[in-house]
Design a protein around this ligand. Structure first.
Ligand code: GAP
Length: 515
């Protein structure tokens, strides 16, 4: 197993062992691509949501929040284009009976071409040592040129086929490039066909098409249909935004890679309504602002990058992804889309209700344009966890420790209170007393179920930034030690100051001030 694959496996095991994420209905062998969040997981997920919500709603006077229902009138999805266009190209392997997304099979082929280029470069770097000039080599090597040319040709062909919905061309590409079933090597493929990703259900006692409802595949439409309600009741002037966090559902054809691609997940979306013609300015603004939000967490810049869409969604005139270096490579973490007036205009047409804004400066009414920022909460969770989980040598000692280097504001438990000895009644009573004071300030844990070393290791593994150790000096002089997770530094402080010291270091405000 490659090192990143090994690392990813460890991360999934860690999530389960320490109560972050469990497979859904595990006693029945789980449900594919559905997961449950455990006690530490729900705390971390709530902290991510709080960081996003405060960054959007609390820090922007012109952004307000809503919480729309998951079920929406079925016409919503006709107007939004999801009934007709929210499809993925599906292909089956006749021998293995496995189902794939045709575009993803071709993307995997492109990754192999890229790997060949990387291999050539790595080989040359080894051969030339310090004198190696990467750019010169890439520009002059005939082999690299050959692979790069092939890669670009495939990329362009795929983008064209996807924009045109040309399923025959996708099949032709799979055959021409001799793409095999990744699991079995078989090349015995069916034709490519469209598969709509929306889950449907029935409303009450109404049978048939009339009672057909969809589980929302994005939260955005709840915002669009409430645009005028919100604008009128909050008297917002354009430009203004509406933010929402909520569940979304997609019947993904291939749902792998843990919580990266799920069938039930949570989105954090913000629609920013702007004057037509100003959308590209706001698009640039939100691109920069959202990248800042990621970087403020301490994520190294080389783990994040922008990726412009080759293949625009049915509603967008410009779109970019913020990609993160997941253990399985750079993948989409967040999308920023300029959605024009596509959604509001279609809702206006289908509902027969005017969805316009009277602009007092221009003295005219118009259907606003929209710039959207959309991030999956679960995907953000995975990004945070995969960056935070490290195994490191304990300074000055001969063993390693598993450490979750979460930003303190996101950590599920902010502080643990640990008696130095678990079977000393006086220490235990004093530690409990301290815990009972601290629990009113932040999420705090009391633990006396092991030796102090074991207790520290357990807290390191769930990312607790501070451990308060209660020892014999505490009984004498009323001081405790605060152990800092990453540096392992210990400071001795009076008990009365602990709440304030920890509070200052773990509060969300420190993160928000970096934006
Ligand atoms: N409203 C626009 C929209 O939904 P999207 O690119 O389809 O755009 C936005 O989704 C974000 O939602 C993605 O960047 C990703 O973080 C998250 N997301 C989408 N599908 C997902 C899935 N199946 N599982 C987990 N997260 C998903």
């Amino acid at each position: 197993m490659s090192q990143p694959a090994e690392q990813f496996k460890k991360l999934i095991a860690h999530c389960k062992e320490y109560g972050f994420i469990y497979p859904s209905s595990e006693i029945y062998d789980g449900l594919s691509a559905v997961y449950d969040y455990g006690p530490n997981g729900v705390e971390l997920k709530n902290a991510i949501k709080e960081y996003w919500w405060k960054a959007m709603v609390q820090l922007h006077e012109n952004i307000v929040g809503i919480d729309a229902a998951i079920f929406m009138h079925p016409k919503t999805w006709k107007a939004s284009g999801h009934v007709d266009a929210f499809n993925d190209p599906l292909i089956d392997n006749k021998d293995s009976k496995r189902r794939y997304r045709a575009d993803q099979l071709i993307e995997a082929y492109m990754e192999k071409l890229q790997a060949k280029i990387d291999k050539e470069v790595a080989r040359a770097a080894k051969r030339f040592g310090e004198a190696f000039d990467r750019d010169k080599f890439v520009a002059e090597s005939p082999r690299v040129a050959k692979y790069a040319g092939q890669l670009e040709a495939v990329r362009q062909r795929l983008a064209k086929a996807m924009s045109a919905g040309d399923l025959a061309e996708l099949k032709a590409m799979i055959e021409e490039y001799a793409i095999a079933d990744p699991e079995t090597g078989s090349r015995n493929w069916t034709d490519v066909r469209q598969f709509n990703l929306m889950f449907s259900t029935q409303l009450g006692a109404i049978a048939g098409e009339e009672g057909k409802l969809y589980l929302r595949p994005e939260t955005a439409q709840g915002i669009f249909v409430n645009f005028l309600n919100v604008q009128k009741t909050t008297r917002q002037k354009i430009p203004f935004g509406i933010a929402q966090i909520g569940k979304a559902f997609r019947n993904e054809i291939v749902a792998r890679q843990f919580i990266f691609r799920m069938r039930e997940f949570e989105q954090m979306e913000m629609q920013f309504f702007v004057r037509p013609g100003t959308e590209m300015e706001w698009y640039e603004y939100w691109k920069e602002h959202r990248m800042k939000w990621h970087l403020a967490l301490g994520t190294p810049p080389e783990k994040l990058r922008f990726h412009d869409h080759d293949n625009l969604a049915h509603y967008a005139n410009a779109a970019v992804d913020i990609e993160f270096a997941f253990p399985f490579g750079f993948r989409e973490l967040e999308g920023i889309h300029s959605r024009t007036d596509f959604d509001l205009r279609n809702h206006q047409e289908l509902s027969g209700k005017k969805l316009q804004y009277f602009d007092p400066e221009l003295q005219q009414s118009y259907v606003p344009y929209v710039v959207e920022t959309s991030i999956g909460c679960d995907r953000m969770f995975l990004a945070v966890m995969s960056h935070a989980l490290v195994e490191e040598q304990v300074p000055g000692q001969d063993h390693t420790r598993e450490l979750l280097k979460l930003h303190p504001a996101l950590a599920p438990v902010k502080c643990a209170v640990l008696p130095l000895k678990r079977n000393d009644d006086q220490l235990v009573a004093r530690a409990r007393q301290i815990f009972d004071t601290l629990k009113y300030h932040f999420n705090c844990q009391y633990d006396d179920t092991g030796s102090i070393g074991k207790l520290y290791r357990r807290q390191d593994a769930i990312g607790t930034p501070y451990c308060i150790t209660v020892d014999y000096d505490t009984l004498e002089d009323g001081t405790v030690t605060i152990r800092e997770r990453d540096t392992l530094q210990q400071e001795r402080v009076p008990v009365e100051r602990v709440a304030q010291i920890v509070q200052e270091r773990v509060r969300m405000e420190s993160l928000l001030r970096r934006l």
